[in-house]
Design a protein around this ligand. Structure first.
Ligand SMILES: Nc1ncnc2c1ncn2[C@@H]1O[C@H](COP(=O)(O)OP(=O)(O)O)[C@@H](O)[C@H]1O
Ligand SMILES: [Mg+2]
Length: 410
């Protein structure tokens, strides 16, 4: 019987664990404690920090697994690559995982590849960051080098803002480094890719629209496929291919985000991830766009069972990931959520994030964001359906001042 090690056992790894079981594979998982939903589905669980690289390797060796994999979680990328490489299993080089999980290394590598790259510096102290900021003409953004979900990201226009946010940014940096770089204004795009044996193909691409809530940097809409001009799409896919090949992607999925400078039209990488997109992008959007079963692909590729990227056709429908935030206060109504979930074109939601009677958290990053996945026949129909969903939801929050407010869609 084949054996697989899956890192993480949370809601985003659960479909992968279930799929591996269905495929007759013996599943070992690593998760911090027994409360994770994937534990009871797996055959065996180790309770430990799933991003511990050495531990993942030790388990892979001890259990004599045939493959190591995870799904959607940024925190597992390095440990998956490390354990696979050290155990001699199919995977991406650890060196590659180090680039994809460090925002400064991404910039360094893409400069080295001769690609247009956002001007960026790394820093460890406030003094270093202030010094670097002076080179950016009051138009900068600071980010932890190795975090995700928009945690600790701030647009910086003056030194006072930098002083005010520096500590928070650093608090999300695992390595104690941040990057400060030029803030590029313009439309954002996303490209997801699939690879087997170093042969990489684009899977799907989208237009991204961000919330206008200051310093939240989270997308309110991801619309697939992108409606950008053919010329832009070709340029984007070409650039994306160079990024993935240059960073050394060998197998699995990648999820890369880009910005097109509104003034010059130049496309720049914002960040690259060596995994399927989170927030249902890898699990729900990818099969809608391509017809591929992504979990089956991940299990097969990690076990070394594929010689080539499976056959698929791109852009099989229009689909979207739409999100909203809650105002700060007590949730007094969540009406309409069942009705929305039963709509034929609604594929998934995160409504279970919220319950009547609960108090919401302050909005700071993507963790407080609620999401709906839907599909349609055209961009126009998708936008109409989003309006239909908004109309059906009767979500109300009572703020601490006693005001009644609805969800925040922008
Ligand atoms: N240099 C930049 N210029 C403009 N916007 C940026 C820049 N860097 C990041 N952003 C914005 O911040 C968001 C989050 O940054 P990102 O690097 O993707 O971090 P995370 O890993 O937290 O998603 C991006 O999706 C984009 O909207
Ligand atoms: Mg991002």
């Amino acid at each position: 019987m084949e054996k697989i090690l899956i890192l993480g056992a949370g809601p985003f790894q659960l479909p992968l664990i279930k799929k591996a079981k269905e495929m007759g594979v013996y599943v070992v998982v690593i998760a911090p404690h027994e409360k994770y939903p994937g534990i009871s589905v797996a055959d065996k669980a180790y309770f430990h920090d799933a991003k511990d690289e050495e531990f993942a390797f030790e388990v892979a060796k001890k259990e004599k697994v045939n493959g190591v994999i995870s799904d959607q979680g940024e925190i597992f990328v390095r440990a998956v690559a490390y354990a696979a490489e050290k155990a001699g299993l199919p995977g991406n080089p650890y060196k590659t995982a180090l680039i994809y999980t460090n925002k400064y290394k991404m910039r360094e590598k893409s400069r080295e590849l001769g690609l247009a790259t956002i001007d960026s510096r790394k820093a460890r102290t406030l003094e270093e960051t202030i010094k670097a900021f002076k080179e950016f003409d009051g138009n900068a953004i600071i980010k932890p080098v190795d975090s995700s979900a928009s945690r600790g990201i701030f647009k910086i226009e003056n030194e006072n803002e930098l002083r005010a946010h520096f500590e928070e940014t650093m608090s999300f940096s695992m390595s104690g480094e941040l990057i400060i770089e030029e803030f590029i204004e313009g439309p954002q795009l996303e490209v997801n890719s699939i690879a087997v044996g170093g042969k990489i193909k684009p899977l799907m691409y989208a237009d991204l629209e961000d919330f206008s809530i200051p310093n939240v940097f989270s997308s309110k809409k991801r619309l697939y496929p992108s409606a950008a001009d053919k010329e832009v799409v070709n340029r984007l896919l070409e650039y994306n291919q160079k990024i993935n090949e240059g960073f050394g992607m060998i197998q699995g999925l990648s999820h890369n985000e880009y910005v097109m400078d509104g003034k010059t039209g130049e496309i720049y990488l914002i960040e690259a991830a060596l995994r399927g997109g989170g927030n249902f992008v890898g699990s729900d959007i990818a099969p809608l766009q391509t017809g591929l079963d992504m979990e089956e692909f991940l299990v097969n590729v990690s076990l070394g069972k594929l010689q080539e990227v499976p056959e698929f056709e791109m852009n099989q429908c229009h689909c979207a990931v739409v999100s909203f935030y809650m105002p700060y206060g007590e949730i007094i109504s969540m009406d309409g959520t069942d009705e929305v979930e039963s709509l034929e074109y609604v594929v998934n939601t995160k409504f279970n994030l919220f319950k009547e009677g609960n108090h919401t958290d302050k909005i700071s990053d993507k963790r407080q964001r609620c999401t709906i996945v839907l599909y349609g026949n055209s961009r126009k129909q998708i936008l109409e359906r989003i309006e239909e969903i908004k109309g059906k939801l009767d979500i109300k929050v009572r703020t601490d001042e006693g005001e009644i407010r609805g969800p925040i869609w922008d």
